[in-house]
Write a protein that binds this ligand. Structure first.
Ligand SMILES: O=C(O)CCC(=O)C(=O)O
Ligand SMILES: [Fe+2]
Length: 530
């Protein structure tokens, strides 16, 4: 931890600064008012709210403050904005965000940028240190962000070593709720997991917002919906001693099941007969072994496919929302009252016959009858693997799959496999609409797995709508594979322990550009473990 010191420029008096070109920059005079400062200080200590002049403090759902008219001089702020807009911006996109970030501002020499940086990390930092009763360090941590139509920063808590207070100075034109781009604050549950948005703050010209970074400081920048305005901001963190962090909550993993007992007839009823041909299967397996992924178009037979599409539109399906928002946001169908056609499709993916088909298509040992597998048959073992615990056995865990290179989709070559037990699967029928996504997070158990995705109702879906599945290498932002929604096309992807996946945020283009009624699509998402 770096040395904590109160810098010599803590000014109690006037802070007027003359720039080279004569432009003067003063922070709000309310920041120099002792009565207001003491009021803020007292409220922060008691975790109550406070409002006076251009300053406001609220402690729900977590402590945050607002300073309106942060810089007194209009023309300074306008020139600062123009200076920032001249910088190079880089498009940033991953599971959590899509926006543009400027070059590093730490050392920029432009007049207005260096001046605001100095005001923030000297004068304002001293004020904040006093109000919070915390020594904030002189560390400069600041960047400029530009959010335009469909840009977003999903639910996160900002926690990173050293960060104590987050700040954002908004440099936006007049902004309405309908423009999106609000800063949304979440409340949290007993596990310190975010639950729902309880406060939304509209960005406002020359307004500075700050909040304490803590285990509960979950927030998001909601998607920008206007295509006429740019949400420009300066943001960063004041560093200081971190608040104590309880251990992050690890959610229990979904129960996994062994296959259900069925005969082959289910395959001949449902699956395009092309994929039932052993010669064709051998070709698919060859390709899969080379690339660890394959797409099988027109997977369901035409008639069955039509029935499934029709059934997906039935009102009787109960769609439940899945959270928490720092991990996922989409709906899935409850199994109890699934229309019979969808239940049958579900049963197909869970069936013994399908485990065998997958073995033949991929070369993985998902069934004892698969060539090269020397395991005993796992018939009759149903629903016995609850979560991760049920899988351990006294077997040696040796790789018995007949995939010759022994690797999944990966940038590395780790070979460790799941402790041996019978092959198992876990699945969901999901619906993806505007605003839905999944995020990478620590609770995902990293292991070898075969992912199956069957996209439905997505004809006309475009890559720029989001909703695609992205596979990336752990700890690197390297994209390994993207699975775009394709109608009635089965995607199989074998991933290793170092490979993670997420579904990209479904954005406003899906609503604006798609032909009605294509505002959502569906997928059967199953994962199989050898
Ligand atoms: O721009 C905002 O309102 C918040 C930005 C933010 O949360 C961040 O950069 O971490
Ligand atoms: Fe943040």
């Amino acid at each position: 931890m770096s040395t904590k010191r109160r810098s010599s420029d803590t000014r109690k008096g006037k802070s007027v600064k003359k720039s080279k070109d004569g432009e003067v920059a003063d922070l709000s005079s309310d920041l120099e008012d002792e009565v207001i400062r003491n009021g803020m200080k007292e409220s922060w200590r008691k975790k109550t709210s406070f409002s006076h002049g251009s300053l406001q403090l609220d402690c729900e759902p977590f402590p945050h403050g607002v300073v309106r008219n942060f810089v007194q001089n209009q023309s300074f702020v306008e020139n600062l904005r123009d200076e920032l807009l001249q910088l190079n911006f880089h498009s940033k996109s991953n599971d959590l965000y899509k926006f543009q970030q400027s070059d590093d501002l730490k050392k920029r020499k432009e007049h207005h940028i260096s001046h605001i940086r100095s005001l923030l990390f000297n004068q304002f930092r001293s004020w904040l240190s006093e109000v919070l009763g915390v020594e904030l360090e002189t560390t400069v941590d600041i960047s400029c962000a530009k959010y335009e139509h469909t840009d977003v920063l999903l639910c996160h808590d900002d926690e990173l070593e050293g960060r104590r207070v987050a700040f954002i100075l908004y440099l936006v034109p007049p902004w309405d709720l309908s423009d999106g781009g609000t800063l949304d604050l979440y409340n949290t549950d007993e596990h310190y997991e975010p639950v729902s948005i309880v406060k939304s703050l509209l960005p406002c010209w020359n307004t500075l917002l700050f909040f304490e970074v803590s285990p509960v400081s979950f927030h998001q920048v909601s998607e920008v919906l206007t295509d006429e305005k740019c949400r420009l901001s300066l943001s960063g963190w004041f560093h200081g001693p971190s608040l104590p962090r309880p251990q992050r909550y690890t959610e229990p993993s979904a129960p996994r099941h062994t296959h259900t007992l069925t005969d082959e007839s289910v395959l001949f009823e449902w699956v395009n007969e092309t994929y039932m041909d052993p010669l064709y299967q051998a070709q698919v397996q060859q390709e899969f072994e080379d690339t660890s992924e394959i797409r099988l178009p027109n997977f369901l037979q035409e008639e069955k496919y039509k029935q499934v599409i029709e059934a997906l539109r039935l009102a009787e399906i109960q769609w439940e929302r899945r959270g928490p928002p720092n991990k996922r946001c989409y709906t899935r169908a409850q199994l109890q009252n699934l229309p019979s056609c969808l239940k049958e499709c579900w049963d197909l993916f869970s069936s013994e016959a399908f485990f065998l088909l997958l073995s033949n298509l991929t070369g993985l040992s998902l069934h004892a009858l698969a060539a090269g597998d020397d395991e005993s048959d796992s018939e009759g073992q149903e629903e016995q693997n609850e979560g991760q615990e049920g899988q351990s056995s006294t077997d040696d865990g040796e790789d018995k799959r007949n995939n010759p290179d022994g690797q999944g989709l990966s940038s590395t070559s780790s070979t460790e496999k799941k402790t041996k037990g019978p092959p198992v699967c876990v699945g969901e029928l999901r619906r993806w609409s505007h605003g839905d996504y999944t995020l990478l997070h620590d609770s995902v158990k990293r292991e070898f797995a075969l992912d199956l995705l069957l996209h439905l109702g997505c004809t006309g879906w475009k890559a720029e709508f989001g909703g695609f599945t992205s596979y990336i290498a752990h700890d690197e932002d390297e994209e390994l594979l993207t699975v775009y929604p394709e109608e009635n096309s089965l995607a199989l992807v074998y991933r290793d322990k170092e490979t993670l996946k997420f579904v990209k945020h479904v954005n406003d283009n899906s609503v604006q550009e798609s032909q009605q009624p294509l505002t959502h699509f569906y997928d059967f998402s199953f994962t199989y473990y050898e």
